[in-house]
Design a binder for this molecule. Structure first.
Ligand SMILES: Nc1ncnc2c1ncn2[C@@H]1O[C@H](COP(=O)(O)OP(=O)(O)OP(=O)(O)O)[C@@H](O)[C@H]1O
Length: 157
Protein backbone atom coordinates (compact mmCIF):
# COMPACT_ATOMS: atom_id res chain seq x y z
CA UNK A 1 0.00 0.00 0.00
CA UNK A 2 2.97 2.25 0.54
CA UNK A 3 1.36 4.16 3.40
CA UNK A 4 2.80 2.22 6.34
CA UNK A 5 -0.45 0.34 7.02
CA UNK A 6 0.18 -3.36 7.45
CA UNK A 7 -2.08 -6.36 7.88
CA UNK A 8 0.02 -7.51 10.81
CA UNK A 9 -1.61 -7.67 14.24
CA UNK A 10 0.01 -7.15 17.61
CA UNK A 11 -0.57 -8.75 20.96
CA UNK A 12 0.88 -8.38 24.42
CA UNK A 13 2.64 -11.45 25.77
CA UNK A 14 4.12 -11.78 29.22
CA UNK A 15 6.31 -14.40 30.82
CA UNK A 16 5.07 -14.33 34.42
CA UNK A 17 7.34 -14.55 37.50
CA UNK A 18 7.28 -18.37 37.66
CA UNK A 19 8.27 -18.55 33.98
CA UNK A 20 11.19 -16.14 34.40
CA UNK A 21 12.46 -17.65 37.67
CA UNK A 22 12.00 -21.17 36.28
CA UNK A 23 14.36 -20.29 33.42
CA UNK A 24 11.75 -20.82 30.70
CA UNK A 25 12.45 -17.51 28.95
CA UNK A 26 14.76 -18.86 26.24
CA UNK A 27 12.56 -21.84 25.48
CA UNK A 28 9.43 -19.69 25.25
CA UNK A 29 11.17 -17.15 23.00
CA UNK A 30 12.32 -19.99 20.76
CA UNK A 31 8.69 -21.18 20.46
CA UNK A 32 7.61 -17.58 19.71
CA UNK A 33 10.13 -17.19 16.89
CA UNK A 34 9.44 -20.66 15.46
CA UNK A 35 5.75 -19.78 15.29
CA UNK A 36 6.70 -16.80 13.06
CA UNK A 37 6.02 -14.06 15.58
CA UNK A 38 8.18 -10.99 15.37
CA UNK A 39 9.21 -9.71 18.84
CA UNK A 40 8.88 -5.96 18.27
CA UNK A 41 9.34 -4.81 21.88
CA UNK A 42 10.49 -6.47 25.05
CA UNK A 43 11.09 -5.34 28.60
CA UNK A 44 12.12 -7.16 31.74
CA UNK A 45 10.39 -5.44 34.64
CA UNK A 46 9.35 -5.96 38.24
CA UNK A 47 5.66 -5.14 38.75
CA UNK A 48 4.73 -3.34 41.95
CA UNK A 49 1.40 -3.84 43.67
CA UNK A 50 -0.30 -0.85 42.04
CA UNK A 51 0.84 -1.81 38.54
CA UNK A 52 -0.18 -5.47 38.87
CA UNK A 53 -3.55 -4.41 40.33
CA UNK A 54 -4.15 -1.96 37.49
CA UNK A 55 -3.16 -4.51 34.85
CA UNK A 56 -5.66 -7.06 36.22
CA UNK A 57 -8.28 -4.47 37.22
CA UNK A 58 -11.06 -6.46 35.50
CA UNK A 59 -10.52 -9.20 38.12
CA UNK A 60 -10.44 -6.86 41.14
CA UNK A 61 -13.66 -8.24 42.62
CA UNK A 62 -12.62 -11.91 42.30
CA UNK A 63 -11.66 -13.91 45.37
CA UNK A 64 -8.32 -14.85 43.79
CA UNK A 65 -7.34 -11.20 43.14
CA UNK A 66 -5.11 -10.62 46.24
CA UNK A 67 -3.23 -13.87 45.53
CA UNK A 68 -2.96 -12.93 41.85
CA UNK A 69 -1.33 -9.60 42.76
CA UNK A 70 1.07 -11.33 45.19
CA UNK A 71 2.00 -13.83 42.49
CA UNK A 72 2.49 -11.20 39.78
CA UNK A 73 4.75 -9.11 42.05
CA UNK A 74 6.81 -12.07 43.28
CA UNK A 75 9.62 -11.53 40.75
CA UNK A 76 10.48 -10.01 37.38
CA UNK A 77 8.27 -10.53 34.33
CA UNK A 78 9.23 -10.32 30.66
CA UNK A 79 6.73 -8.25 28.69
CA UNK A 80 6.77 -8.54 24.89
CA UNK A 81 4.86 -7.09 21.96
CA UNK A 82 4.45 -9.86 19.39
CA UNK A 83 3.52 -9.22 15.78
CA UNK A 84 2.17 -11.45 13.02
CA UNK A 85 -1.12 -12.00 11.22
CA UNK A 86 -3.75 -13.11 13.76
CA UNK A 87 -1.27 -12.53 16.58
CA UNK A 88 -3.93 -12.32 19.32
CA UNK A 89 -5.66 -15.62 18.67
CA UNK A 90 -2.52 -17.43 17.52
CA UNK A 91 -0.70 -16.51 20.77
CA UNK A 92 -3.73 -17.53 22.88
CA UNK A 93 -3.70 -20.83 20.99
CA UNK A 94 -0.02 -21.38 21.68
CA UNK A 95 -0.27 -20.67 25.42
CA UNK A 96 -3.28 -22.95 25.98
CA UNK A 97 -6.01 -22.90 28.65
CA UNK A 98 -5.77 -20.79 31.84
CA UNK A 99 -5.52 -23.83 34.13
CA UNK A 100 -2.10 -25.37 33.49
CA UNK A 101 -3.16 -28.69 35.07
CA UNK A 102 -5.92 -28.98 32.49
CA UNK A 103 -3.59 -27.76 29.76
CA UNK A 104 -1.27 -30.70 30.43
CA UNK A 105 -4.13 -33.04 29.58
CA UNK A 106 -6.07 -31.22 26.87
CA UNK A 107 -3.25 -29.19 25.23
CA UNK A 108 -0.03 -31.08 26.04
CA UNK A 109 2.02 -29.11 23.51
CA UNK A 110 0.94 -25.71 24.83
CA UNK A 111 3.27 -23.36 26.69
CA UNK A 112 1.18 -23.56 29.86
CA UNK A 113 1.43 -27.36 29.75
CA UNK A 114 5.20 -26.95 29.43
CA UNK A 115 5.83 -24.55 32.29
CA UNK A 116 2.62 -23.74 34.19
CA UNK A 117 1.62 -25.31 37.52
CA UNK A 118 -2.07 -24.60 38.10
CA UNK A 119 -4.86 -22.09 37.44
CA UNK A 120 -2.87 -19.26 39.03
CA UNK A 121 0.77 -20.06 38.30
CA UNK A 122 0.29 -20.47 34.59
CA UNK A 123 3.60 -19.07 33.39
CA UNK A 124 2.43 -16.77 30.58
CA UNK A 125 -0.14 -14.17 29.63
CA UNK A 126 -1.71 -13.25 26.32
CA UNK A 127 -4.22 -10.52 25.43
CA UNK A 128 -7.67 -12.02 24.89
CA UNK A 129 -8.85 -9.67 22.10
CA UNK A 130 -7.50 -7.01 19.77
CA UNK A 131 -8.97 -4.29 22.00
CA UNK A 132 -7.31 -5.78 25.12
CA UNK A 133 -4.08 -6.05 23.15
CA UNK A 134 -4.21 -2.36 22.30
CA UNK A 135 -4.92 -1.39 25.92
CA UNK A 136 -2.23 -3.71 27.32
CA UNK A 137 0.43 -2.62 24.81
CA UNK A 138 -0.25 1.02 25.75
CA UNK A 139 -0.18 0.05 29.43
CA UNK A 140 3.44 -1.09 29.19
CA UNK A 141 4.73 0.86 26.18
CA UNK A 142 3.10 4.30 26.42
CA UNK A 143 4.55 5.78 23.27
CA UNK A 144 4.07 2.72 21.11
CA UNK A 145 1.30 3.09 18.53
CA UNK A 146 -0.56 -0.17 18.17
CA UNK A 147 -2.19 -1.19 14.93
CA UNK A 148 0.15 -0.75 12.04
CA UNK A 149 1.24 2.88 11.69
CA UNK A 150 4.10 2.69 14.14
CA UNK A 151 6.41 4.96 12.19
CA UNK A 152 4.40 8.19 12.48
CA UNK A 153 4.84 9.20 16.09
CA UNK A 154 6.61 12.49 15.45
CA UNK A 155 4.21 14.19 13.09
CA UNK A 156 2.67 16.46 15.74
CA UNK A 157 5.84 18.59 15.52
N1 LIG B 1 -9.51 -19.66 39.70
C1 LIG B 1 -8.33 -19.02 39.77
N2 LIG B 1 -7.55 -19.15 40.87
C2 LIG B 1 -6.37 -18.48 40.95
N3 LIG B 1 -5.89 -17.68 40.00
C3 LIG B 1 -6.63 -17.53 38.89
C4 LIG B 1 -7.88 -18.19 38.72
N4 LIG B 1 -8.38 -17.84 37.51
C5 LIG B 1 -7.48 -17.01 36.96
N5 LIG B 1 -6.42 -16.82 37.78
C6 LIG B 1 -5.24 -15.99 37.53
O1 LIG B 1 -5.67 -14.75 36.98
C7 LIG B 1 -5.15 -14.60 35.65
C8 LIG B 1 -6.16 -13.90 34.79
O2 LIG B 1 -7.28 -14.71 34.64
P1 LIG B 1 -8.03 -14.84 33.24
O3 LIG B 1 -9.33 -15.47 33.51
O4 LIG B 1 -7.97 -13.52 32.55
O5 LIG B 1 -7.13 -15.94 32.51
P2 LIG B 1 -6.32 -15.87 31.18
O6 LIG B 1 -6.92 -14.86 30.27
O7 LIG B 1 -6.12 -17.24 30.66
O8 LIG B 1 -4.94 -15.38 31.75
P3 LIG B 1 -4.13 -14.09 31.37
O9 LIG B 1 -5.10 -12.92 31.38
O10 LIG B 1 -3.07 -13.97 32.44
O11 LIG B 1 -3.57 -14.40 30.02
C9 LIG B 1 -4.83 -16.03 35.21
O12 LIG B 1 -3.87 -16.08 34.19
C10 LIG B 1 -4.33 -16.64 36.51
O13 LIG B 1 -2.97 -16.28 36.77
Amino acid sequence: LGNGVSSEERTLAMIKPDGVSGNYTDEIKRIVVEASFNIVKEMLTQLDKDTASAFYDEHSSRSFFPDLVTYMTSGPVLVMVLEKRNAVSDWRGLIGPTDAQRAKISHPHSIRALCGKNSQKNCVHGSDSTSSAEREIKFFFKDFVSGGIASQQHDEL
